[in-house]
Design a protein around this ligand. Structure first.
Ligand code: PHE
Length: 351
């Protein structure tokens, strides 16, 4: 019987080494330890032995049974561990992989353009003035020489809140607010801000931004206007092509619209400039005497120049954005676009 115990031990060890599934383990368990398994069968034979033999062989048999039990449970644990490792290796996260690039926010192109233009104008001596977006029609129209029933009021597609209150259609009313508030000469003011018009297409948005300029002093004439605006635009666009076209605004006389050579085609003619080679960037003129009067400037020797520019238009030119609506869509490709301009802080284009 001792020999038999030894043989069973050896074959158990070999069987255990060859398992490849949990079912194999179950098989081995019933083969050796099951009710009719090899080890219980040996126990049945103990009855035929003498008390001494029973003692010796019995303890060997107990050893065998114990080894088989622990061997099986250890093998089960080891096997489950192996399966777990295999599974987790499949789903493993490689901690050395570079992370996807984070989407960095940035200041909106309109904000960047505004800040750049304000800084440039501040260097030219302009002070920043302010006025309300909810405006009285007297400031938006009457004091700017657009009396009631004047056709120019209809041109403005005004959002009326409740007559006489409206959303200002331009920043020109700030001219009046500023002149009324600051009487000391010279007056040299810019007014950046939001304006509103009931208009919405590829080149118009119901809300957009303007920067108003006003320079009032003794003896201001058209030469000052031309020189100042030319210097301003040449600084921005680094080019010579600036032209003044006669125009009409009720609050300036004479009036001129200002064009620059198209930055998209260098004046050759393209879709953006409608084949003209020129892009309109601002309105301007000498302040109408009536407007000066409404602002409280009485001295006839005092005159002024004024201009108003559309910030969206300039943003589109500086950032090469072809459709105004793109500025309000919040598309990250637009929001992280870098301006093609030497004075713009570098924005990560790859972010
Ligand atoms: N307010 C005019 C506009 O919105 C622009 C402008 C301002 C023209 C000042 C002349 C002088 O179109």
């Amino acid at each position: 019987m001792l020999q038999e115990i030894g043989t069973i031990q050896t074959s158990f060890d070999t069987d255990l080494k060859s398992i490849s599934s949990v079912q194999d383990l179950e098989g081995i368990k019933s083969k050796y330890l099951g009710k009719t398994g090899l080890i219980p069968q040996l126990y049945k034979q103990l009855g035929r032995l003498s008390p001494e033999e029973k003692k010796e062989i019995g303890s060997k048999l107990n050893d065998l049974r114990h080894k088989a039990q622990t061997g099986l449970s250890e093998a089960l644990i080891a096997f489950e561990e192996k399966i777990f490792l295999e599974k987790s290796r499949k789903n493993m996260v490689d901690m050395t992989l570079p992370l996807p690039k984070a989407a960095y926010g940035g200041r909106h192109p309109i904000t960047q353009t505004m800040e750049y233009l304000i800084e440039l104008l501040a260097q030219m001596g302009f002070d920043v003035g302010e006025g309300p977006e909810l405006e009285h029609e007297d400031f938006n129209f009457t004091y700017l020489n657009i009396p009631e029933h004047h056709p120019a009021r209809d041109d403005h597609d005004t959002f009326y809140i409740q007559k006489p209150w409206l959303l200002r259609t331009h920043t020109s009313p700030v001219q009046i607010h500023y002149m009324k508030k600051y009487t000391e000469l010279p007056i040299q003011m810019i007014a950046p801000g939001r304006v509103y018009r009931a208009d919405d297409d590829a080149t118009h948005s119901p809300m957009f931004h303007q920067i108003e300029g006003l320079w009032v002093d003794k003896g201001i004439h058209f030469g000052h206007l031309k020189a100042m605006i030319k210097a301003f635009l040449q600084e921005i666009f680094e080019m010579d092509q600036v032209r003044f076209r006669p125009s009409f605004f009720p609050f300036t006389e004479p009036s001129a619209e200002v064009d620059i050579g198209c930055v998209f085609c260098n004046g050759r003619g393209c879709r953006v400039c409608k084949q003209t080679g020129w892009l309109e960037v601002m309105g301007s003129g000498l302040v109408h005497p009536k407007v000066l009067q409404y602002g409280g400037v009485e001295d006839p020797a005092v005159s002024g120049l004024a201009f108003g520019l559309g910030v969206e238009r300039l943003t589109m030119l500086l950032f090469r954005i072809p459709d105004m609506r793109m500025l309000f869509d919040n598309d990250p490709r637009v929001l992280t676009k870098a301006a093609r301009h030497r004075h713009f802080p570098h924005i990560r284009e790859d972010a």
